[in-house]
Design a binder for this molecule. Structure first.
Ligand code: NAP
Length: 247
């Protein structure tokens, strides 16, 4: 049985990935932080389509909660064989010269540390599963990692830059065992995250500036996540798929 954990599976890209992966036959562990209603809705849609899903509330920036979540997943669904490191946050747009150390540290502990500790726990499960060469991890980074986020959120962009390095490094550590680690880098996608940045309509504002002249959907990112986790991507590791409507 393939068991996938999606951090931040209650909304946006995580929710679309959860539904798509359930349709591919994965048992889906939907993690969320506080929006129980949204998580419940994702689970309901999966179950009514004949899929398998369970909810796991945990703040992935809290190491203890992550460890406990993996134990709970093992008990309720089985060992985690696939991971989508997706939960991420933005803060109000501002220039670097106005950023406090507190804000920068928070951005890193929310967007970087959780990817490391969730991967660490997933690797333990994957090794126990005895099917390592069919297991995989996808990290959700951002086009901001190479664009830089100037005047809006350089701290977030730098955190995503760390995720790109993390993807490369972890993929090299695990490649000899056949555990694949890849990354998607979405551009401007219609989700709630832009409201966290203080500009809910941001995607529409920048759409005209993008090569394809439109924002993307969570489903368009989920499609790449599904492929990277699948056996169809069996020779892809340390790879980046940019879903940004052109660079
Ligand atoms: P979103 O719609 O705002 O959803 C964020 C999700 O993350 C929610 O499920 C939320 O849970 C969860 N979450 C946040 N902090 C968490 C924590 N500490 N522990 C557990 N869950 C947590 O965001 P999104 O746009 O889908 O973003 C998903 C990923 O894509 C992020 O890594 C983001 O940086 C990246 N990304 C997004 C875009 C874009 O334009 N949307 C572009 C590039 C990259 P609750 O529902 O419980 O709050």
């Amino acid at each position: 049985m393939k068991v996938v954990l999606i951090t931040g599976g209650s909304r946006g890209i995580g929710a679309a990935s959860a539904k798509s992966l359930a349709a591919e036959g994965y048992a889906v562990a939907i993690n969320y932080k506080s929006n129980h209603q949204a998580a419940e809705q994702v689970k309901k849609e999966i179950l009514s389509a004949g899929g398998k899903a369970e909810l796991f509330q945990a703040d992935v920036s809290d190491e203890r909660q992550v460890v406990d979540m993996f134990k709970a997943i093992q008990m309720r669904l089985g060992l985690v064989t696939h991971l989508v490191n997706n939960a991420g946050v933005l803060q109000t747009q501002m220039r670097v010269e106005d950023m406090s150390a507190e804000r920068i540290n928070w951005m890193l502990t929310q967007n970087v540390t959780p990817y490391f500790i969730c991967a660490r726990e997933a690797i333990k499960h994957i090794r126990q599963s005895k099917q390592v060469n069919r297991c995989a991890i996808v990290n959700v980074s951002s086009a901001a990692s190479y664009l830089g986020g100037a005047n809006e959120y350089v701290d977030y962009a730098a955190a995503k830059g760390a995720i790109d390095s993390f993807t490369t490094g972890l993929s090299l550590e695990l490649a000899p065992e056949g555990i694949r680690v890849n990354c998607v880098r979405p551009g401007c996608i219609y989700t709630d995250i832009h409201a966290d940045g203080g500009e809910p309509g941001r995607v529409d504002r920048v759409a005209e500036l993008l090569p394809m002249k439109r924002g993307g959907t969570a489903q368009e990112v989920a499609n790449a996540v599904v492929w990277l986790l699948s056996d169809g991507a069996s020779y892809a590791t340390g790879t980046f798929i940019d879903l940004a409507g052109g660079k």
